[in-house]
Design a protein around this ligand. Structure first.
Ligand code: ADP
Ligand code: ZN
Ligand code: ZN
Length: 832
């Protein structure tokens, strides 16, 4: 008798459980872990679901049959799935939610998925089989169809595998991809005109141009150009050089290039760059000469890895942590293992990508949320295909990514680097899974028996506490690389400055002088202001009304260029009112300073300077950051004004002055982490100054110049900051001394959410006496029309954590069954 097999599958839906289907005999060989299968679900829907277990245990209710198998090979790896499971357990969410976050949507075909013809489909149908052809034809008549509609139109029930094959052949695309289409990246190249593209004709041309003093300059220009093509085998007369690299010397000015192009001696060519451009590495890690302190740190990291799976590298800004990472990565890649290099999203600029590509070339894959679906699937596959024995040079062995890169199908990780490990953006807030990428990285590392290196100049209290608890190793690097020194820091007392009338707008005279000096010396300046927009708020001087968001409990921020008042929580915006909406007075005023106003004021004080602004408003487009950063790198801009974004791991050579315009907004934020965060942020911004030969100066403006957070930054005293904060966290039972789970209730009706909070408080307090804070409306008590109530549950760090969390989960699940509160949304955030 044949054994009947069953498969547990994961549907791409937010359902808590796995579903079990029966494997038809004819698919026995094909159904396996990690492959997608077509299953019926609900009344008439078909989904592609992921097989996560195959077994022989018949479920209680009769199982439906699997209809077909989509993939020849698994699309996920075993260890990857192990991590998903851990995340669902630890962060109290469903496996479906983890899968939804992990799987690119192109891998999630379902009945409702909309399908289009591929915009670049050539019409060549020679490779299509009859069924595929049938579908392609249907789509030429009706532009958009769901999988379901296609199935009916062509009268094939098991249509998903055919669509998948059409996707692979680039004949069709899913809707998600169309909404986020890939734009070809073009680069202009310069090469010799066809008639001159050989040594003989080129030399003849030079001779001719050199005959006259009028044209001799052009010969110089051509010579400068041909020098750029020099390689191991001498000059290359047919080479093309990126235009961005051509204008490089006094011999080849932009004007001269124009002349040479006009005369046809040179010509340009537009080249479409491949989506995932393959770069060949120009240098090897052996070329890096570590300084003595770096070398020592490097050895210590190895020693510590002998004892601990996790090591914290505490290295001051500009100490050259990246160089050390490169050496470590090199070793692991040589052992044939993969490396994951995590960065906070906005630190993932071309700066760091280029630095790594220089050494590891096409082994580097980059993955973050700004990529479209194509790019994601391509990277996914290249990470997955490690063990295929086909010699394939485009396998990614080093993945550089933001937090979601954790969820890729790694096969054999040897090392994970979590750079800027203190960064709050490693924690996902919404939607579930609300995971912390640093913590998951450590778990993933353990699953692969890989080492995890946490690097930062300002360790999180969590990580440093773990060092003190002897859970992580520690390596310190307290000197900057080469001759570079940590910057000098001044705190300017703004109360005094105002009294003395030494203030213009938000700028103290002291800061203005430092900026002026820097500009005189052709050095650059970074100014940090935590608020974007122009003014922080509009206020009526007659009745004190401040316009607020219709959907959130916050005041609107004035944006001058767009002439709008905007909500920074939900994007709601209104035109700037001419009169007060409450009392119709015309006496309205804009108060406070945002980045936009700082930029304007600065332009008045320094009319000659070129100023750029980097905040959410100026970097919305995919390459927004890159442009601003590369302009600043090339010194096209003198002053960069920005929010948090200017703090993240950037490395500029000529920044001598960093100004923090309003430190008070950071230190007076009501959150138990605000002190720590303020210290990290201020130390990180300061760290952008004086990274190379130019010495750095940092000016911090504050109305509370005596605040201890500023003192610790001023003296660069991380340990003092750590001790004072840990003492507080111990006293008030906050992480890292305890574990904190935040529960948020949301409902459009304020009365319902208040009543719900009261009701949930009872079982929570009963189960966790003395450990529950709240319910309490958060500072912003309504967002996008939902009223909020928060609870904070603190667990001691004992071995009963699992049990506590199960209890908590059960309480919230039971609570959701309460009739009057059925429509209340319950959000659980572990380690919030
Ligand atoms: P961190 O990440 O610790 O702030 P970086 O790795 O960005 O510091 O290094 C600061 C600067 O010093 C960079 O411009 C880097 O290229 C340079 N640098 C650091 N170490 C070396 C080295 N061993 N050789 C050459 N340049 C180095
Ligand atoms: Zn008014
Ligand atoms: Zn709003």
């Amino acid at each position: 008798m044949r054994v009947t097999h069953f498969a547990d599958v994961l549907l791409p839906l937010p359902l808590p459980a796995l579903f079990t289907y029966r494997v038809p005999y004819e698919l026995d060989d094909a159904v396996a872990f990690g492959k997608r299968v077509i299953v019926p679900f609900g009344r008439s829907k078909l989904y592609s679901a992921l097989v996560v277990r195959v077994h022989e245990n018949a479920p209680q209710v009769t199982a439906k049959y699997i209809l077909d198998v989509v993939d020849d090979r698994p699309v996920i790896s075993e260890r990857q799935f192990q991590l998903w499971q851990w995340m669902a357990d630890y962060y109290l969410c469903t496996l479906g939610e983890v899968m939804a976050a992990a799987l690119p949507s192109a891998l999630k075909l379902a009945s409702e998925t909309k399908i289009h013809l591929h915009p670049n489909f050539s019409g060549d149908v020679s490779t299509l089989n009859p069924n595929e052809l049938h579908i392609a034809e249907a789509l030429t008549y009706k532009e958009i169809m769901t999988v379901d509609e296609i199935s009916k139109a062509v009268n094939i029930q098991k249509v998903i595998p055919i669509i998948k094959s059409l996707v692979d052949k680039r004949v069709v695309v899913t809707d998600e991809e169309v909404r986020n289409p890939y734009k070809a990246k073009k680069e202009t190249y310069v090469r010799l005109g066809d008639e001159y593209a050989s040594e003989a004709s080129f030399m003849a041309l030079l001779d001719q141009l050199n005959l006259s003093t009028r044209t001799a300059g052009q010969a110089d220009g051509l010579l400068a150009f041909i020098m750029l093509t020099k390689g191991a085998k001498g000059y290359d007369f047919s080479a093309r050089v990126p235009k961005s690299q051509v204008v490089c010397s006094s011999a080849l000015t932009p004007a001269r290039l124009q002349t040479l192009l006009k005369k046809g001696f040179l010509k340009t060519e537009e080249v479409i760059m491949s989506r995932l451009t393959d770069f060949s590495s120009r240098e090897t890690a052996d070329n890096i000469q570590l300084s003595e302190p770096q070398q020592k740190a490097f050895q210590q990291i190895h020693e510590q890895f002998g004892q601990f799976p996790v090591v914290l590298l505490h290295g001051v800004t500009g100490s050259g942590k990246t160089e050390i990472y490169i050496k470590l990565i090199d070793e692991v890649l040589k052992q044939g293992k993969q490396v994951l290099y995590l960065l906070p999203e906005i630190a993932l600029t071309s700066q760091i990508v280029n630095r790594l590509r220089k050494y590891f070339g096409e082994k580097v894959g980059v993955y973050h949320s700004r990529f479209n679906e194509y790019e994601r699937v391509e990277i996914w596959n290249r990470v997955l295909e490690q063990d295929s024995d086909i010699a394939n040079t485009s396998k990614y062995q080093l993945i550089l990514g933001a937090r979601s890169a954790l969820l890729l199908p790694y096969q054999n990780l040897g090392l994970i680097i979590v750079d800027e490990e203190h960064d709050a953006s490693y924690k996902q807030q919404d939607p579930a899974p609300r995971y912390h990428a640093r913590d998951c990285a450590i778990v993933l590392g353990n699953m692969h028996k890989a080492k995890t290196l946490l690097g930062t100049a300002t360790p999180s209290l969590e990580s440093y506490y773990n060092v003190k608890q002897n859970k992580y190793g520690l390596v310190e690097l307290m000197r900057r690389f080469a001759q570079s020194k940590l910057p000098d820091i001044w705190v300017v007392n703004m109360i005094e400055a105002r009294k003395q009338r030494q203030v213009q707008g938000v700028f103290s005279d002291f800061l203005i002088e430092r900026i002026g000096e820097a500009l005189d010396k052709k050095e650059q300046v970074i100014l940090f202001q935590n608020r974007r927009g122009y003014a922080v708020r509009m206020i009526c001087n007659t009745c004190q009304t401040m316009p607020t968001c219709k959907y959130c409990d916050v005041t609107l921020t004035y944006h001058k260029k767009s002439r709008l008042l905007k909500c920074h929580y939900c994007g709601y915006a209104i035109d700037v009112p001419q009169v007060c909406p409450t009392c119709h007075s015309t006496d309205i005023e804009m108060k406070g300073f945002g980045t936009e106003k700082v930029e304007d004021t600065l332009a008045e004080i320094f009319p000659q300077a070129s100023i750029a602004r980097m905040d959410l408003d100026t970097t919305r487009s995919k390459n927004g950051y890159q442009q601003i950063i590369s302009d600043f790198e090339q010194h096209k801009t003198d002053i960069l004004v920005g929010t948090q974004m200017v703090t993240k791991g950037l490395d500029f050579d000529r920044v001598s002055v960093v100004g923090i315009l309003n430190a008070d907004a950071l230190i007076s934020f009501p959150d138990f982490r605000s002190f720590e965060r303020a210290f990290q942020l201020l130390a990180q911004v300061s760290g952008r100054a004086g990274r190379k030969e130019v010495p750095g100066k940092v000016v911090i403006q504050s109305y509370q110049p005596e605040h201890p957070a500023l003192k610790y930054v001023e003296t660069n005293d991380f340990m003092a900051m750590y001790r004072s904060q840990i003492a507080e966290r111990k006293e008030y039972h906050y992480p890292p001394v305890t574990r904190l789970v935040k529960i948020t209730l949301k409902h459009p009706d304020e009365k319902v959410v208040t009543a719900a909070a009261q009701a949930l408080a009872i079982p929570l307090r009963e189960a966790f006496p003395g450990m529950v804070l709240g319910p309490e409306a958060p500072l912003v008590s309504r967002i996008q029309n939902y009223y909020l109530e928060d609870f904070w549950v603190k667990f001691p760090k004992d071995n009963k954590l699992e049990q506590h969390k199960k209890t908590l989960w059960q309480i919230t699940e039971d609570f959701k069954l309460n009739k009057p509160f059925k429509s209340v949304r319950v959000v659980i955030n572990v380690d919030a």
